[in-house]
Design a protein around this ligand. Structure first.
Ligand code: SAM
Length: 229
């Protein structure tokens, strides 16, 4: 099964962007996943293909119209499409590695990228959009957030990462951040690679890595240690 991503955006030229390079780009070229970027403006109203209007109740900025967004979604998705429909949104549930794993195990995603002040609430309700945030800050549009989400999913697809083990011990895979990594040269600017990593004692290496992962997590993200998964 190919992981299939459909993006609804006012800027389809932003795709594949960085997703066309490196791991995700190779995987795209090899057909491990597919990407379609559709222009919301194709469903705009009138000669100028308007997609937005002023907020009901007043206030600054513009809001993406529900009828335009629904038409864009309905044209992109058939009734038997089982992919989750996501709306990138700072109001959404924060994206976690757990949700990324679920998405990567599924058929793909339809991803709506907001712009301006966001989208009319009614289309979120009527088209069952799952709002997803990539962090507690505000981007100017959902495209970069969609790229982040897809990058996190694609690297987990079978055959994308070099070694099967890659990704298993990484930050957020358990409730610990990753231990420090080193490579050659052995000495650099009077700093050495810790001896334990060079003596071939795998049990000792494992123990050191776990202790370091715990130390770093306690220092930087003690909140992760309170979580069960
Ligand atoms: N008025 C909105 C609010 O205060 O929640 C912010 C709108 S933002 C300027 C425009 C679009 O960028 C949003 O509709 C969303 O698609 C995207 N966006 C901004 N920040 C995001 C975040 N942290 N995570 C995911 N998408 C985000």
């Amino acid at each position: 099964m190919t992981f299939s991503a459909t993006i609804l955006t006012l800027y389809p030229e932003m795709f594949p962007g960085p997703l066309g390079l490196s791991l995700s780009g190779d995987a795209l070229a090899r057909g491990i996943w597919s990407l379609e970027a559709r222009n919301i403006r194709d469903h705009g109203i009138g000669r100028h293909r308007n997609v937005d209007d002023t907020p009901a109740g007043g206030g600054v900025g513009m809001v993406l119209r529900c009828d335009v967004m629904a038409a864009a979604l309905d044209a992109a998705v058939t009734p038997d499409d089982l992919r989750p429909k996501l709306l990138m949104s700072p109001r959404g549930k924060p994206l976690t590695q757990g949700r990324v794993r679920e998405l990567a195990a599924g058929p793909g995603a339809v991803i709506v990228c907001g712009r301006f002040e966001g989208v009319d609430e009614r289309v979120i309700e009527r088209r069952n959009l799952e709002e997803v945030s990539i962090g507690d800050y505000v981007l100017s549009g959902g495209e970069i957030a969609a790229i982040v989400l897809l990058d996190t999913c694609v690297r987990l697809l079978p055959g994308v990462m070099g070694k099967e083990a890659s990704g298993h011990e990484e930050s957020f895979e358990g409730n610990l951040l990753e231990y420090p990594q080193y490579t050659r040269p052995r000495e650099w600017e009077s700093r050495s690679i810790p001896d334990v990593l060079l003596n071939g004692n795998h049990a000792a290496i494992e123990k050191w890595r776990r202790a370091e992962a715990m130390r770093i997590t306690k220092e930087r993200r003690p909140d992760l240690l309170d979580k069960s998964s």
